[in-house]
Design a protein around this ligand. Structure first.
Ligand code: CMP
Length: 134
């Protein structure tokens, strides 16, 4: 069993898509282990996205992810990290496969509705900062 940190980002929460997005994960066999809604601080956003520090889109990414509440959750399942990455689809919704969350709901490459850990190592780091009691 694997776990991944998943965020339903501000653009999706603003458009009342929490339930629709969780449905896609549950239909893919994943289980919600923990969940909360929260508007994060700039400091916490910079910690979460620290591997993107210095990139051209970093400042706008921090503004976007802190602008309104997001949903943070831990999903569990067989090969959860790979399954979730497939279900989410490509970062750019125009390149995401039909039926994926980003193809269905994302607005563009930055306001792309969901985030998920991209490896076992990043899942450990992200779960630890978002849900230290797990
Ligand atoms: P996420 O999977 O959360 O990881 C980093 C985020 O940065 C990404 O989703 C997008 O929201 C954003 N992002 C990645 N690449 C770009 C880009 N080229 N331009 C703008 N935003 C981006």
């Amino acid at each position: 069993m694997e776990r991944s940190l998943v965020l339903i980002k501000p653009d999706a929460v603003e458009r009342n898509l929490i339930g629709s997005i969780i449905q896609v994960y549950e239909d893919s066999g994943l289980k919600v282990i923990d969940i909360r809604i929260e508007q994060i601080t700039e400091e916490f956003a910079k910690l979460h996205y620290k591997e993107h520090e210095g990139k051209s889109f970093f400042e706008s990414l921090i503004k976007y992810i802190t602008r309104s509440p997001l949903v943070a959750m831990v999903l569990e399942g067989e090969n959860a990290i790979e399954v979730i990455r497939h279900v989410n689809g490509a970062t750019d919704p125009n390149k995401a496969e039909e039926g994926t969350i980003r193809r269905l709901f994302a607005l563009n490459k930055s306001e792309n509705s969901v985030h998920a850990s991209d490896s076992i190592e990043s899942a450990k780091r992200e779960i630890n900062i978002w849900f230290p009691n797990l």
